[in-house]
Design a protein around this ligand. Structure first.
Ligand SMILES: [Zn+2]
Length: 348
């Protein structure tokens, strides 16, 4: 089968599309014939080797995928051959105290498809049957592939970690990325007020059409936190969702209301930030970390998307062969929404 593989860590030049062995299912696994896959920043990290994972080479990239079950291991019970599914990329042991509590992303051996094992940028993948869920019927395969990582991350950040209420005002940094847009869509679904930031007026205008209430171009505004305070009558926002990291942490500490929550799921601008602890205690702030989601987060996210007939925001769709160009687009932060790979399967 065809797959997007790397044989060593490095820049975009290490990506190749080539023929690899078809996967064989373990007893509790299914083989999904992938129709679509979607890109995440994680793919760049894996390629660059920042996680320094010791994978079997060649390594197939990709965490998000949708497709059809074409084969089952003897103990893979539940869904059937022919079922259309989306893949939950979170891997957990199923046995530790956190898994037994239903908090799979807190599992002692939590891992991600495409990070520690073969990923979704391929014509087929073997995954545990517990990692597939029925594809929402109103979505195409391309749309469904855009959901798993970003939309479950957003769901857990807002609903499980920050406990979003319809009366909340939230601040979303860097609108255009998958998690940020998913947060915007879910927050508006709940009726919350949303302030978004970007360096691009074009992205801010697009966010407005998705329901953003206020837009801040951080390149044109000298003090983003002061602008947020102005927009909230000097009160500050209830919740801040942040995947930017170092560059936005100080803004967060000044833009959150007293008793507000800052939820962090990424560090695209860097991991090390200076934190003014006086602001943390005096303003009684809660700083929350959030990673992917539990199986229940994933199920709730899919149910909410289905009930609301919500469609994920898709930037562009590329053939599998153009994975390198698609990844370059994401690295230049040019996208507004998910970048999807459409996989034309020729494999038997
Ligand atoms: Zn576990």
């Amino acid at each position: 089968m065809k797959a997007v593989v790397i044989k060593k860590h490095g820049g975009p030049e290490v990506i190749n599309v080539e023929d690899v062995e078809n996967p064989i299912p373990q007893s509790s696994e299914v083989i999904v014939k992938l129709h679509s896959a979607a890109l995440n920043h994680l793919d760049i990290w894996v390629r660059n080797g920042r996680g320094s994972q010791d994978f079997m080479k060649p390594h197939i990239l990709g965490s998000d995928g949708s497709g059809v079950i074409v084969e089952k291991g003897e103990n893979a019970n539940g869904l059937e051959i022919g079922d259309e599914v989306v893949i939950n990329p979170g891997l957990s042991c199923g046995k530790c105290e956190f898994c037994l509590k239903g908090q799979q992303s807190e599992c002692v051996s939590f891992a991600i498809i495409g990070l520690v094992c073969s990923g979704t940028f391929a014509e087929k993948i073997a995954v545990p049957i517990t990692n597939v869920q029925p594809k929402p019927a109103h979505l195409s395969f391309d749309e469904a592939a855009a959901l798993p990582l970003s939309y479950q991350t957003a769901w857990r950040m807002l609903m499980t970690r920050a406990e979003l209420k319809p009366s909340d005002t939230i601040l979303i940094h860097g609108i255009g990325g998958g998690v940020a847009l998913a947060c915007l869509q879910f927050a508006k679904l709940f009726g919350a007020q949303v302030i978004v930031t970007s360096s691009s007026d074009e992205k801010l205008e697009k966010a407005k059409t998705l329901g953003a209430d206020s837009m801040i171009n951080y390149k044109k505004v000298p003090d983003v936190a002061a602008e947020v305070l102005k927009l909230t009558s000097n009160r500050g926002v209830d919740i801040i969702v942040d995947s930017i990291g170092a560059a936005t942490m100080d803004i967060n500490l000044s833009a959150a209301r007293k008793g507000g929550k800052i939820v962090i799921c990424g560090i695209t601008s860097g991991a090390m930030a200076q934190v003014n602890l006086q602001k943390v205690y005096w303003n009684q702030l809660t700083i929350l970390g959030s990673t992917m989601g539990s199986m229940e987060d994933f199920r709730q996210m899919l149910k909410a998307v289905t009930n609301a007939k919500l469609k994920p925001v898709i930037d562009s769709i590329h053939p599998l062969e153009n994975a390198k160009q698609a990844m370059l687009k994401m690295e230049r932060a040019e996208q507004f929404g998910k970048i999807v790979l459409n996989i034309k399967s020729n494999s038997k």
